[in-house]
Ligand binder design. Sequence first.
Ligand code: ATP
Length: 454
Amino acid sequence: MTQTENRPSVSDTPLVPIETIVSLCKRRGFVYPNSEIYGGVAGIYDFGPLGVELRNNIRRYWWWSMVQTNDNIVGIEGAIITNRKVWEASGHVENFVDRLVDCKNCKRRFRLDHLPAENVEQNKCPVCGGELTEPRTFNLLMETYLGVVEGERMQTYLRGEACQNIYLDYDNVLKSSRMQVPFGICQIGKAFRNEVTPGNFLFRQREFEQWDLQFFVHSSEMQQWFDYWKERRFEWYQGIINHKDRLRFRAHGSDELAHYAKQAFDIEYRTVLGWQEWEGIHWRQDWDLSRHSQYSGHDLSYTNPVTGEKFIPWIVETSGGVDRTFLFLLLDAYEEEPDPAGKEPRTVLRLHPMLAPVKVAVLPLQKNKEELLNTAKNIHKRLQRLMVSQYDDVANIGRRYRRQDEIGTPYCVTVDFQTLDDQTVTVRERDGMTQVRVAINELPAYLLERVTWK
Ligand code: ATP
């Protein structure tokens, strides 16, 4: 992906408080609290008109980079509800648990694994120093029931992680496509967790969306593919943020590693909450396919068509989230820029143009001249077929630029009196606020070149 021209250096801009993003999201229609008029539900959100555009762009870009541009990867879309045995085989029924403690004094709740070691040792609340309760264990899976007749209803779960569908469909993909090991299956989909400490806006929700790549390899090539995907995924995140210094790898310590994992890394992003996981790169060995073979009685081994060797493929997993990407991108993009003229600071969302919810705004310079309005509306109608375009003729031009800066629109097209003479418009770019004249006929190609991924 290319970056917008005139992008200023942003490495020294301060970390943005989460509340600033929550307020922007509500005010401008990115994210709303779910069922707000009834008091809401903790950890569940709805996405508004701009939010849904941003989410779709994030999803599409991931899908394009992972599925469409790799010959050895295909995509699936699995169901949210599966046979309950899936969750027994995966280990979630037994082990998908969080241990939590409450502060007896301030009543705050903490996940035991998120507390600093000294607080655990001293049994002390990290906020007020009060005494903590004994740890209690909770399973994170959300139960649901299929069927209508009491006594015959089948209990199962809303999926706790989206990737299980990939293991379940792996054999069908092999039989119905021309894939051969090494190959990958991708999926984007909702997951549900009864998180004991939902919070920090979209960071930890109860209903959220994950993206996964499960890449199936021969054990002898595991290290090479693990290293490959680890680097590719890091580059992917680097390509969509401004603050490259806020991205890092964190290697899992031996006490965090699953028994089958030789290594694991989190790609982390630095926010006001500290360094936080954005995506996990996991060494899953043959754990998932072996367990499902064992629990289902269905042999999930693979036979090499050339050598005849039969084996259970090992898996490299890259698992991230649409919602954390949404939140981290907003935190990364938000800036309040001082105005040299001493007026109010300019709020600008420096989102990558290819992910920005609105690509272009078409603005007639003045409202009282019919010809300007008609020309601007025609340009907007033409652009709308190619990208998300907004038409706006309310308030002075400066105010309208500010409105677009605040939602991250990378280009504003202004139709002025010169347009009526020579059929050119002013294109103003968001980050550097530079302006160029472009012929109306060349405008679609000019903008497409800058807002589509390649
Ligand atoms: P944590 O330790 O923070 O609970 P995890 O290691 O259990 O997370 P995974 O199961 O590996 O997370 O999930 C993969 C990705 O899904 C995470 O990197 C994150 O982007 C996203 N994710 C996980 N849990 C949530 C959640 N509750 N809300 C939003 N996104 C989530």
